[in-house]
Design a protein around this ligand. Structure first.
Ligand SMILES: [Fe+2]
Ligand SMILES: [Fe+2]
Length: 135
């Protein structure tokens, strides 16, 4: 079973952002599958690094819209992104030190965070950005 599955309830109705969220979900599920299949530490580490990079790219993308259109809740939203990045980096460091592989806590954290963040904070900016003409 997938950690997290995209459906319309996650849609911000802005095409590039929906696409990025879908890709994030795919990457989280790939990470979960690799770990369950007992893939080697190098491969799992590479998948985590890929996810970290893509998360950074996605956050930068959202934040560039906030800056461009003066989204009122920019500061709080950027802070949530930063906290997430810090937490994932913490897991990454822990993984590097621990021979036993990724803790299942990471999967739960990723799934829960994405679910809450998109349905809370991201869906909150959606009407504002659509009003600016994004679609
Ligand atoms: Fe997002
Ligand atoms: Fe966000």
């Amino acid at each position: 079973m997938a950690v997290i599955q995209w459906d319309e309830s996650f849609s911000v109705k802005i095409a590039d952002i929906d696409k990025q969220h879908q890709k994030l979900f795919t990457m989280v599920n790939e990470l979960d599958a690799a770990q369950r299949q007992g893939k080697g530490k190098d491969l799992v580490g590479k998948i985590i690094d890929g996810l970290i990079n893509y998360v950074a790219e996605h956050f930068k993308h959202e934040e560039s819209y906030f800056d461009r259109y003066n989204y009122p809740n920019t500061k709080a939203h950027k802070q949530k992104h930063q906290e997430f990045v810090n937490k994932v980096l913490e897991f990454r460091t822990g993984f590097e030190k621990n021979r036993l592989g990724l803790s299942m806590d990471l999967m739960k954290f990723l799934g829960d965070w994405l679910n809450e963040h998109i349905k809370g904070s991201d869906l909150e900016y959606a009407p504002f950005l659509r009003q600016q003409g994004l679609k």
